[in-house]
Structure formats: structure tokens, C-alpha cells
Design a protein around this ligand. Structure first.
Ligand SMILES: Cc1ncc(COP(=O)(O)O)c(C=O)c1O
Length: 411
């Protein structure tokens, strides 16, 4: 079924910050926040801010709101059970929590695999398992294609492999990785897969079941919400983990045993506004059916629009002398999200970004905490890459402004 295109004026009106003159193209760093998310947080704090779990009415009602938000996030990621949703402050913290809970079940000589192209959030916590004798293997990036090749994973998997940690989309390359195929191979050796979906979730509808992964993590501040994050993990896996909470919060108490102290109620409640928004966008596009089919229609429209904008930028970059695009050089169906990185021969990336700053356009340079990828690709000499990261609320006119600014900055 063909749906209408995005009504960008209506979309942009949902994000008050977009009324300013700034062109926001650092969305992979942090996206703008929906007014309806901020309104929910505001409302919760001013009207519902009581401790949960008491018998009085206000506490019961607030508890329902926070639980409702968990259900909304479960729908967003297609979790089978809402108690598979663990919330926390950041992706880094939640992966740390997962690994801490896994550690007592690992033995010296067990193996984990991390990639060379991940953000450090999904590497460092796993690598620290070496302190308890776990062997850490690295899935290298193929420098020629700048991608992760399945053929390079194969020799790293074996009977002692317990976990593989990888990213669903690179926050530098924009490449979408074949996580379902990786999951099949990982499961074939009896291991599990942890997926960092931070760079993927703003651009594609997360589907934890279709991903084949055992754990999926991302942060809402990149998905139009606040600094809050979600870890989904399979129920059987969660139940097998020890409690990291107080001693009387038992192993069967999910997700609370991994949400030490209290989860942030107001931010959790706010995040349900993201789901409302996606569903409403899908409905406005003509989608019918359940929430997920409406959200899917929204993301399909986001992807079409983002691909058009990304190709506008990539085409321009492809024609500039001395520019090296770090990632796939063009938009090919579904294989990249609109996070575009490049270097310019003979120029530090910082000089380009500073030149663009003067035009009121927010882009940035650096390693974006995917330092091992930048090193593997030999890009330290440039001070990392220049990164332009597009969101669905950006416009073709904003891309025109960007290209004028890049030209003026000497690209
Ligand atoms: C791909 C990726 N993973 C993980 C993170 C870390 O997320 P957080 O800041 O929520 O720990 C980032 C942040 O930039 C990221 O881009």
C-alpha cells in the first residue's frame, strides 16, 4: 500500500526547537525533543510525582502511568512481554548493567566477541570481562569496504563463545548491519547476541523479535526524547540473571532487579509520547491497523525522506575533489541510515566544522566514541571525520544551506 509523503510542516511543528534558525544536523549526537514528550514529563512532575507502590489513589494512578509507559516502549520495540523492558539513564549504563549481571555466570576461558566498528558503549564493558579470565576476540572492520564481513566473524565463533556484541548501524559509517544473519550464526554455536541499536532506532522501527538478538539497547535522546534509555532482553535470559538490586528484590523480579533504586518515572512516562507521535504520524499517512503497523508506516516515510536528503548530500560530496566519504558512498535501499561522514584530503576535520559553525548549522567532527573504528581506518590524522547526521524533520532547503556552508568552508 502506498502512503502519502510526510507533511513536514506538521512534523516540524511537533519540535519547538526547529522554530529557531539553527539547522540541526548533529542528530546522531542528540535529536530534538517532541513537545508532547516534554509536556508529559512536565505534567508528571507537577501532578503525579509521588512514590509508587502505595495503596493511596495518587500512588496507584502514578504507578499505572509508569507501567503504561513501559507497555508503550514494549510496543515500540515489539517485545513479547513488557517486563522484558529495562529502563535506565543511558545505553552505556545499561550495557554495563547487563554485563555486570552476566559476569558471575562466566568462567575463565569463556569467550566474547566485540567489533572494531562499535561505539565504545558496546565494547568497553565486554572487554573488562578479561579481568575475570574471559577471552575477548575482536571482529575487525574490513578496511577496503569499511564494513563488518560475516566471513571475518566465522573464525571467531566457537564452542567457548558466550556473547557477541555488535551495532545495528554504525554511528559513523551509517551502514546497517545484518544482525538477524549474525544472530543465526551466533545461536548456532550456542552463544548470545547483544545489539546496540542507538544509531538505528531514529531511522527504522526497532523489532527485537525480527532482529534475532538476545538483548537490544538504545537511548531515547537520539529518538526525539529525553536522556533515558532502554535495554530489552529475552525473558528467559533476564530471569537467569542475578538481582543487582537490594537483597530482598529477588531474581524473579524483572525488570526491577536490574533497575537499581528507582527507574526515572517522569522520563519513562515522557518516552511514551514518542510512541504516540509515531503512531499519529502513521495514521496521518493513511495507515490503519494496530500501533506497530502505523509506526511502521511512519518509519517507511521517514526512510524515504531521509534517503532523498542523504543522497542530496552524498551526491554533492562525491563530486568534490579531495573528499573521501567514510561509509557507503550512495544511498542503496535500506543499507545505510542518513549519518554521513567524510574527510577532506589535507584539511583537519575541525577546520571544516568551525567554518560551518558560522552559518548557524550544527554538525561536528571527531571519533564519536567509535575510536577503534577511526583508528582502524587511519583517520586520526584528520582529528576524526566530519559528520552530518540527518533526521526525518530536516528539509531539502536545510541541505541546500549546508552545502553552501560546506562550500564556503573550503570543501
Ligand atoms: C551507536 C551509539 N551507541 C551508544 C552510544 C552511547 O549512548 P549513551 O550516551 O546513551 O550511553 C552512542 C552515543 O553517541 C552511540 O552513537
Amino acid at each position: 500500500m502506498a502512503f502519502a509523503t510526510l507533511d513536514l510542516a506538521r512534523i516540524r511543528a511537533e519540535f519547538p526547537a526547529l522554530a529557531s534558525d539553527t539547522v540541526f544536523l548533529d542528530n546522531a549526537g542528540g535529536s530534538q525533543v517532541l513537545a508532547r514528550v516534554a509536556d508529559r514529563i512536565h505534567h508528571y512532575l507537577l501532578h503525579d510525582n509521588v512514590q509508587l507502590g502505595a495503596s493511596y489513589r495518587a500512588s496507584q494512578e502514578a504507578g499505572e502511568r509508569v507501567l503504561g509507559a513501559r507497555r508503550a516502549v514494549a510496543a515500540l520495540v515489539n517485545a513479547v512481554h513488557d517486563d522484558e523492558i529495562v529502563m535506565g539513564p543511558s545505553t552505556t549504563a545499561l550495557i554495563g548493567t547487563l554485563v555486570e549481571a552476566l559476569r558471575p555466570g562466566l568462567r575463565p576461558g569463556d569467550e566474547v566477541v566485540v567489533t572494531e566498528s562499535d561505539h565504545e558503549a558496546n565494547i568497553g564493558a565486554w572487554e573488562r570481562l578479561a579481568q575475570v579470565g574471559v577471552v575477548v576476540r575482536v571482529w575487525p572492520v574490513d578496511v577496503a569496504s569499511m564494513g563488518l564481513r560475516l566471513a571475518d566473524l566465522e573464525p571467531l565463533l566457537g564452542p567457548r563463545t558466550r556473547w557477541v556484541a555488535m551495532t545495528q548501524a554504525s554511528n559513523i559509517l551509517g551502514t546497517v548491519n545484518p544482525v538477524a544473519e549474525v544472530a543465526r550464526r551466533v545461536h548456532a554455536v550456542g552463544a548470545r547476541l547483544c545489539v546496540d541499536a542507538v544509531a538505528y532506532a531514529p531511522h527504522r522501527l526497532v523489532d527485537v523479535q525480527a532482529s534475532g538478538a538476545d538483548a537490544v539497547v538504545f537511548s531515547f535522546y537520539k529518538v526525539f526524547g529525553p536522556h533515558h534509555a532502554v535495554l530489552w532482553a529475552r525473558r528467559d535470559l533476564l530471569l537467569s540473571l542475578p538481582s543487582l538490586n537490594h537483597f530482598f528484590i529477588g531474581q524473579d523480579v524483572i525488570p526491577y532487579k536490574l533497575q537499581r533504586g528507582n527507574v526515572n518515572y517522569e522520563l519513562s512516562y515522557g518516552c511514551a509520547g514518542i510512541v504516540d507521535y509515531l503512531r499519529d504520524v502513521g495514521t496521518a499517512l493513511g495507515a490503519t491497523g494496530g500501533d506497530r503497523s502505523r509506526m511502521q508506516a511512519a518509519f517507511d516515510a521517514f526512510a524515504r525522506h531521509e534517503d532523498t536528503l542523504a543522497e542530496q548530500v552524498l551526491r554533492w560530496l562525491r563530486e568534490r575533489p579531495g573528499v573521501r566519504i567514510i561509509g557507503l558512498p550512495s544511498v542503496t535501499a535500506g543499507e545505510r541510515v542518513p549519518t554521513i561522514s567524510f574527510v577532506l584530503e589535507g584539511r583537519p576535520s575541525e577546520a571544516i566544522v568551525r567554518g560551518v559553525d558560522a552559518h548557524g548549522i550544527g554538525i561536528r567532527f571527531g571519533d564519536f566514541y567509535a575510536r577503534r573504528l577511526i583508528e582502524a581506518l587511519g583517520l586520526q590524522a584528520y582529528g576524526g571525520v566530519v559528520r552530518i547526521s540527518i533526521a526525518h524533520y530536516n528539509t531539502a532547503e536545510e541541505m541546500d544551506r549546508l552545502l553552501v556552508a560546506l562550500d564556503a568552508a573550503g570543501v
